[in-house]
Design a protein around this ligand. Structure first.
Ligand code: 13P
Ligand code: SF4
Length: 306
């Protein structure tokens, strides 16, 4: 099958198998084209839970995203598009280490970025997304917070919640953390006058030099709303989307050789087709007790974050 035929076959297989296809914005543009819903990881999980006429969901993204879909939609068959697609940050802490920390610091509230494994979500008190982290940490009825795993997002939250003690873990997203001050300076020199929008998973020194800080969807909204050129300092899927949606605008990728997440780019169109037919990917299974514990952290996220 050539490329166009493969895309057509995917559309047909989606219909025949009654599968809802989700794709995170960082997926390859070809995958975005064939998806039913695209966006941030938590937005995708919420959207999938609201779809009642499809019992099968294919998540094109990384494992924690498919897990989150399953946590919120336990009665659906949830498939991860590529069994090896895993977010390295989500796996940077063993749950036992969180348990040990709690034993030493029983007053601490454990707050986990949504980019964590199910086992970690089950160990913590509340989850946050990059767009709700500040609001949730402020609202929590606790003075001491252990923020896992992303030191950069945690440090960003700390700036806005000085009244609380926020203890950081030393985790990070290898893709966003690789961006340097030099990369920002080079992009400014190449596109004078352009605004720079950055994800809070980048280092503090990088974030401080930028004009706007936000999650994937916040960066997209910002870039759409401002006049003039915008340099995008997050995974290149965001800039690819903006360029495709607004070809007349000047959107530029910061550090294009660095801001590519290898795990998010693992899934191919052929993988999607094979997964739809049940010959590829990984069917997500989560033991019910673990699912309920992890869901409690997500429920608390909705309680404190709205
Ligand atoms: P958001 O899409 O929630 O901004 O998260 C960024 C990310 O790195 C997802 O893997
Ligand atoms: Fe994980 Fe970073 Fe890739 Fe997102 S971009 S999936 S946080 S490694």
């Amino acid at each position: 099958m050539n490329h166009a035929e493969l895309k057509q076959a995917i559309l047909q297989a989606k219909q025949e198998t009654g599968t809802l296809v989700l794709a995170h914005t960082y997926q390859d543009p070809d995958i975005i084209d064939i998806a039913d819903i695209t966006g941030d990881s938590f937005a995708l999980s919420k959207a999938a839970a609201q779809v009642t006429d499809k019992r099968r969901v294919l998540m094109c993204g990384v494992r924690f995203m498919a897990d989150t879909v399953k946590i919120l939609s336990p009665d659906k068959e949830v498939i991860l598009s590529h069994r090896k697609a895993a977010c390295p940050m989500a796996e940077q802490i063993a749950p036992e280490r969180v348990r040990a920390f709690r034993e030493e610091h029983p007053d601490v509230c454990v707050c986990a970025y949504i980019n964590t494994t199910t086992a970690l979500k089950a160990e913590c008190d509340v989850c946050v997304t990059s767009s709700t982290a500040v609001k949730i940490v402020k609202a929590l009825p606790a003075e001491r917070i252990l923020f896992i795993p992303d030191q950069n997002l945690g440090g960003y939250v700390r700036q806005f919640v000085p009244e609380k003690e926020i203890i950081l873990w030393d985790g990070c997203c290898p893709t966003h953390h690789s961006v340097s001050v030099g990369d920002v300076e080079a992009a400014r020199a190449a596109h004078p006058g352009a605004k720079i929008a950055v994800h809070p998973e980048c280092r503090k020194a990088v974030v401080e030099l930028c004009d706007f800080i936000g999650s994937t969807s916040e960066i997209i909204s910002y870039a759409k709303s401002v006049d003039g050129d915008v340099i995008i300092a997050t995974e290149r899927g965001v800039c690819d989307k903006l360029r495709r949606d607004y070809p007349e605008r000047g959107f530029y990728q910061l550090a294009p050789h660095k801001l590519v997440c290898p795990n998010m780019k693992m899934t191919t169109l052929q993988n999607v087709y094979d997964a739809l037919l049940g010959n590829f990917g990984d069917v997500i299974e989560i033991e019910e007790e673990l699912r309920l514990k992890a869901k409690r952290s997500i429920d608390n996220m909705l309680k404190y974050g709205g």
